[in-house]
Design a protein around this ligand. Structure first.
Ligand code: 1CP
Length: 333
């Protein structure tokens, strides 16, 4: 059993495995080099030779306990027929959501279009670098995908007034997403993913009265689906106001916390495996500060099953040497 599986399934306390969100990405010069030659980001995700190589890049450098497959949560709307472009210094730009168009998708076609992602998982699975490590497959939560699909770009702070005006569009889109996200999850597992993480990056945008319909119901359906396949599921409802209530309702195997939440409070409130928390901005400071902060999390979660990770993704301006230092520190603690 891998260190992460021991932590999740056996609640081992002595192991504090580590991986980092966005561990494959722009802070690595070897990634930037490949990215420069491949200007179309979606095409890069759908090139299994390159995406498997990128997935393994951080494992070549660092003693991480998992690889996260190089893809994106927005690949699902893209494959469903809502085009997505990634613009430099702007982020994703989607075109209009066409419910009739996305309703016509068929399972076989959908899986076929995503085959390169699955082949990438298969390639990673065959690498020596992945021995005794996990492969993390992932999806965006229906709510977060809906935000991008309706808003057509990153919402940053607040949703527009009229975001919720077409209730039927929202309801139907969430159902379509649920159906195809289950297929995407099933396929990733079939090809070798050993953990599924559900990213709900915009969970913090919702008011309490909307949580049930837009987050709890659709996410619970996905979580129960992953559990039925006997694979652990990690949820990351970034900046959700009430992690305790979320965990009580959703019951994921692991909860990833963001950096704004107090880790001590969370430890007292929640009895499931916890992952993450460290502010990625700490990696931009210096080794002494990094050590103090990393130690804080390791001490707080000394007697709690804990997977070391960040409270959001590695920032592009991060020095890889700081990542190296963090991983060595956690591994030797
Ligand atoms: O080079 C580039 O310009 C592309 C940058 C990039 C990368 C490296 C994007 C565009 N996506 C990714 C990869 C990615 N995205 C991974 C796999 C790599 C890894 O983690 O090592 C994963 C798991 C994601 C997940 C993802 N994409 C999320 C959830 C996590 C989070 O950051 O909150 C979200 C919200 C996205 C959308 C997205 N894709 C890319 C960007 C810049 C964004 C965020 C845009 C925004 O701020 O709204």
């Amino acid at each position: 059993m891998t260190p992460i599986q021991k932590c999740i399934r056996k609640k081992e306390l002595s192991l504090k495995p580590i991986w980092l969100m966005r561990q494959a990405g722009r802070y690595l010069p070897e990634f930037r080099k490949l990215r420069k030659l491949n200007t179309n980001f979606i095409k890069l995700c759908l090139n299994s030779n390159l995406s498997s190589k990128i997935t393994l890049q951080p494992l070549k450098r660092f003693n991480l306990d998992a690889a996260i497959i190089f893809s994106d949560i927005l690949i699902v709307p893209y494959v469903l027929g809502q085009s997505v472009e990634f613009k430099k210094d702007f982020g994703p730009k989607l075109n209009n959501l066409d419910l009739e168009k996305i309703s016509q998708n068929k399972e076989l076609d959908f899986s076929k279009k995503l085959l390169p992602v699955y082949q990438s998982i298969e390639k990673v699975n065959k690498s020596e670098l992945i021995l005794q490590k996990d492969i993390i497959g992932f999806v965006g939560a229906p709510w977060t995908l809906l935000v991008y699909m309706i808003n057509k770009c990153s919402p940053k702070k607040k949703l527009e007034e009229n975001f919720f005006k077409d209730k039927n569009l929202i309801k139907e889109t969430l159902l379509i997403l649920e159906k195809f996200l289950k297929i995407h999850i099933k396929n990733q597992i079939k090809y070798g993913a050993t953990i599924i993480q559900i990213f709900d990056s915009w969970a913090g945008l919702l008011e309490d009265k909307n949580l049930q319909d837009y987050i709890y119901t659709p996410t619970l359906n996905l979580v129960n689906f992953v559990k039925s396949l006997n694979v652990p599921v990690v949820c990351f409802p970034r900046e959700i106001k009430n992690y305790k209530e979320y965990c009580k309702i959703i019951k994921p195997d692991v909860i990833n916390i963001d950096y704004k939440i107090n880790p001590e409070t969370i430890r007292k409130e929640i009895d499931i495996v916890i992952q993450g928390g460290l502010d990625p901005k700490i990696l931009l400071t210096n080794k002494d500060k990094l050590k103090v902060e990393a130690k804080k999390y390791l001490e707080i979660f000394k007697d709690h099953p804990y997977i070391f990770n960040l409270g959001h993704g590695v920032l592009p301006e991060t020095d890889p040497q700081m990542v190296d230092y963090l991983i060595k520190f956690v591994k030797s603690y």
